[in-house]
Design a protein around this ligand. Structure first.
Ligand code: IMP
Length: 405
């Protein structure tokens, strides 16, 4: 059975949820391998919209096994909330269909607090992601295996001591009291313990049985800790390498899918060469409803940036494109695309003809205006990969899909 990986090729928010949603149905296993509840994936099942932050999208398919790999950081409160949320909508969640790595690190209230104190420069989501990965790299972190032997209690006390020293909090906003937290979180952490297991083994068993596996990336390539616009990045490996270290399982991906938004957006701070700080940018934000799924922050908007996308294709070896939010470009003329940078690092644009009509009703490429088809072909030729999925509107059916062969 073919394996697939779906990754954001820009700064996140490319619309991965819709792509994963379409692919997940044919898959036996869906895997998250990095990041935590900083992500926000919108998935539609039977015309109902679900926003997931931490659980793999496979959780909404009864027969799929969902894996949260060792590369992820897990906030137990968020995980428990999300399990309740999907159960509340009639989906079953049990250790039979959800496994969480014993080697994944725990996001605690101390990490969340430290993130709100220090995350301003980067413009983080405030979910405690960076501080938790800091502890992982410093080898002072708390892994989920501590839920199985109860050592998380002592872990909480130690983390409290550590963070008070390395990141002092103002007197009016101190770190929470560890003993109070331990008492509060005890039942919740006990309820999660049965999900915690050796996911490397669990996933390897599925792979050996030739079951089809979908890896679901979070954030985007340009937010990768190594390959992104450092230091304005997230703290994990969002690129394809992260899929292997974040699960401990080697496998070949038949389909390496780049989710490419038809223009560019970014939340948080950091460079954005094609950013439009004008009426066109504001119109893109309005049309694309470009507000963060996790924090509600307005996203910065700009034209498509091919030089950055080429780097993203090098990092991930993408062989297919899922092109999203194409409908948001209807009515713009010309549509500008950065094709290279000049010596001073400024983008050099090529202008492409726009189109007027609403493309949402299109069901095949042939239904699209000629200029729109040209825009797609220009992207495909520039990146050397074919678009198998073109999203022409937010609804599930507003999608032109060709077989993924
Ligand atoms: P953190 O991941 O919360 O540490 O934030 C680091 C940077 O990544 C900030 O610029 C965030 O806005 C950005 N970021 C984190 N998660 C996402 C996401 O899911 N979509 C887009 N940007 C994200």
């Amino acid at each position: 059975m073919p394996n697939a990986i779906v990754l954001g090729s820009q700064w996140g928010d490319e619309g991965k949820g819709k792509v994963v949603d379409r692919l997940a149905h044919g898959m036996n296993v869906v895997v998250r391998f990095q990041g935590g509840a900083n992500a926000g994936h919108t998935v539609v099942v039977q015309d109902k919209k679900y926003v997931l932050h931490l659980l793999p999208s496979g959780i909404l398919n009864a027969d799929t096994v969902s894996v949260i790999g060792n590369g992820c950081v897990v906030d137990p409160r968020k995980l428990a909330q999300e399990i309740d949320y999907v159960r509340g909508h009639g989906f079953s969640v049990s250790p039979e269909n959800l496994v969480v790595s014993h080697a994944a690190h725990m996001v605690t209230p101390f990490h969340r607090h430290a993130d709100t104190l220090t995350g301003g420069k980067v413009g983080t989501t405030g979910r405690g992601i960076g501080p938790t990965y800091e502890d992982k790299a410093r080898r002072t972190g708390l892994r989920l295996e501590s839920l199985r032997d109860g050592s998380w209690r002592e872990g909480f006390r130690q983390l409290h001591e550590l963070w008070r020293v390395i990141c002092p909090a103002p007197p009016d906003s101190p770190y929470p009291d560890p003993e109070k937290l331990i008492a509060e979180m005890e039942p919740l952490l006990e309820s999660l313990a049965p999900f915690v297991t050796d996911t490397q083994e669990a996933l390897a068993t599925q792979v050996r049985a030739n079951r089809s596996v979908l890896f679901e990336g979070a954030q985007g390539t340009l937010l990768d800790i190594d390959h992104g616009t450092y230091p304005f990045v997230t703290s994990s490996s969002t690129t394809i390498g992260g899929a292997l270290t974040g699960t401990g399982v080697y496998l070949q991906f038949d389909h390496r899918i780049a989710v490419v938004k038809a223009y560019t957006t970014r939340v948080g701070n950091g460079p954005f060469p094609t950013e439009l700080d004008d009426e066109v940018g504001r119109e893109l934000r309005r049309r694309g409803d470009e507000f963060g799924a996790t924090t509600g922050r307005p996203r910065r908007c700009g034209w498509l940036d091919l030089p950055l996308l080429r780097k993203s294709f090098i990092a991930n070896g993408f062989n297919r494109i899922a092109l999203t939010k194409l409908d948001c470009l209807s009515g713009f003329d010309p549509i500008r695309v950065a094709v290279e940078y000049d010596e001073s690092g400024r983008p050099v644009y090529q202008d492409l003809a726009g189109w007027e009509s609403d493309i949402r009703p299109a069901t095949s490429r042939g239904d699209l205006p000629r200029e729109c088809q040209d825009y797609i072909e220009f992207i495909e030729t520039s990146l050397g990969a074919k678009a198998f999925l073109i999203s022409t509107g937010p609804a599930r059916h507003q999608t032109i899909e060709e077989p993924l062969t």
